[in-house]
Design a protein around this ligand. Structure first.
Ligand code: C5P
Length: 231
């Protein structure tokens, strides 16, 4: 008899967290939650309201709006995926732009916003059977998760991977843009005061540089099997 667990996957940007989290969730028939999509949806809202740009951030106006901002995941029957919704509209297509990527980590430094996101994340994990990726999942959101991974890779490789992903999605972007964005976000995510990105002491650290996605999936999955049989 196997019981469901929570799998937390944290790490720096573009290390393959979301791809591997999706693969594990599919294999286990678990829910996959992209916690970064929630911070991106909030950033998309703030940009639309003109509360944030590269030169200004009206943090208090965004805080005031929080009671009227609903960010959750809803199932899309057409592609069989859970998509992040902002006030009941799917914003999945809008949140990967460079504009959002360049501002999201600034929004993610603020405690008021993080608390709201974590509330939703707790609800999503209440029945376990979840693979969630992000920056603080194993440290803050689910410190008791049965399995925690921390993924890392060299900056050059992460930049190349992310650039290819964005080009495949038809974004007009240069390698330099991606390099600057990833360096900026890593720096903000690691050095912020609230829930900084760090390795949980009980996480399994995996450097993804020299492995294919298939190899990584098998590597991660090898840690899952004994746990779901034991739990
Ligand atoms: O995962 P993704 O790269 O889409 O996340 C975008 C940004 O959202 C991160 O760079 C980080 O600033 C923020 N984030 C966070 N905590 C999480 C997930 C994402 O602060 N759990």
């Amino acid at each position: 008899m196997s019981n469901k667990i929570i799998i937390a996957i944290d790490g720096t940007s573009s290390t393959g967290k979301s791809t591997l989290a999706k693969r594990l969730a599919k294999r286990l028939n678990y829910l996959y939650i992209d916690s970064g999509a929630m911070y991106r949806a909030l950033t998309f809202y703030a940009i639309k309201k003109n509360y944030i740009s590269k030169s200004h951030f009206e943090k208090n106006r965004l805080i005031q709006d929080l009671p009227n901002i609903l960010i959750d995941f809803q199932y899309n029957k057409k592609n069989s995926k859970y998509e992040v919704h902002l006030n009941n509209f799917s914003v999945e297509k809008h949140i990967r732009s460079l504009k959002v990527s360049d501002l999201v980590s600034q929004i993610a430094t603020i405690d008021e916003f993080r608390k709201e996101m974590v509330k939703v994340q707790h609800l999503l994990g209440a029945n376990k059977g979840v693979v969630m990726d992000g920056r603080d999942i194993g440290t803050v959101v689910f410190p008791n998760a049965e399995l925690k991974f921390y993924l890392d890779a060299s900056l050059n490789l992460r930049v190349k991977r992310r650039y290819k992903e964005l080009i495949d999605l038809n974004h007009e972007i240069s390698l330099d843009d991606v390099f600057n964005n990833i360096s900026l976000r890593d720096n903000q995510d690691i050095n912020r005061i609230n829930s900084p990105l760090k390795k949980a002491s009980d996480s399994i650290v995996i450097h993804t540089d020299n492995f294919t996605l298939d190899e990584l999936e098998e590597k991660l999955f090898s840690y899952v099997t004994p746990l779901i049989l034991k739990n």
